[in-house]
Write a protein that binds this ligand. Sequence first.
Ligand code: 13P
Ligand code: SF4
Length: 305
Amino acid sequence: MTTSKDLSLEDRILKLKQEKNAVILVHNYQLGEIQDIADFVGDSLELSQKAAKTKSDVIVFCGVHFMAETASILCPDMTVLLPDMHAGCPMANMITAEQLRQKKKELPGATVVCYINTTAEVKAESDICCTSANAVKVVESLANNEILFIPDQYLGHYVSTKTNKKIHLWPGYCPTHTRIRPEHITRLRQEYPEAKVVVHPECRPEVIALADEVLSTGGMIRYARSEDVNDIIVGTEMGIIHRLRKENPGKKFIPISEQAVCPNMKLITLEKVLWSLEETTYEIKVPEEIRLKAKAAVDKMIAIV
Ligand code: 13P
Ligand code: SF4
């Protein structure tokens, strides 16, 4: 008789997932083996939209803390699990709710747009949320011409180049994306003169200035699929290369920098996903008062995209 101990890790996860009526949501930066067991792989916007619609009892969120927290904000009756409690986003920790309250006092006329890479407490203090896929659209949808954009100064700067509104920036940044430098692009353009360069809007402005396209991770997946280009130089976290190569076997994907690795994203392993399902760990819950306020900011974003 086959016992579950004879099964591979992947098969044990899939079996338990069915028994628990769970869904596995995976961000584009996760390790290849995690992407391969996913029910759905996507960017922050796609994952929050998927979470909002899911009918399962359990969501195993393979990403970082703010992503699981957003799923929990949208699905309070579901059990949302993050397989490693230490998988945080350093950028999300670059602003606290108290710091935001102080800043709002300094800028009483500004509408607060928070990047989804924030804690629930910070979302609860914000007017509307955005992701890298819709930041320009969200800002443009607002009646107010004065915006406080938190916490990513580089995404905020990119938005400011696409709108006439006055954007106040917060000095947050992604340690992974800031490792990508203009000289990396210059060198690769010489090596691959036919290639297109796509970069994430969390990159520095001098990197963005050299790119052909500025896209969220989901935008990069669609670009690779639909554009008639063979060589694509990719300026974002390395994990996305697995999906790009898997979905486009005939195309060449060249990472701009192999140092663009988010260590927090890599904390999620197959063993931890299995334990997470076995032990129902680590459950992500947001206090109801904060959840309702944070949900209002996330719902406003979902309504306009
Ligand atoms: P995306 O929403 O583009 O997937 O980005 C999330 C993120 O954390 C980028 O570093
Ligand atoms: Fe946060 Fe950067 Fe990692 Fe994205 S890549 S989760 S912004 S640290």
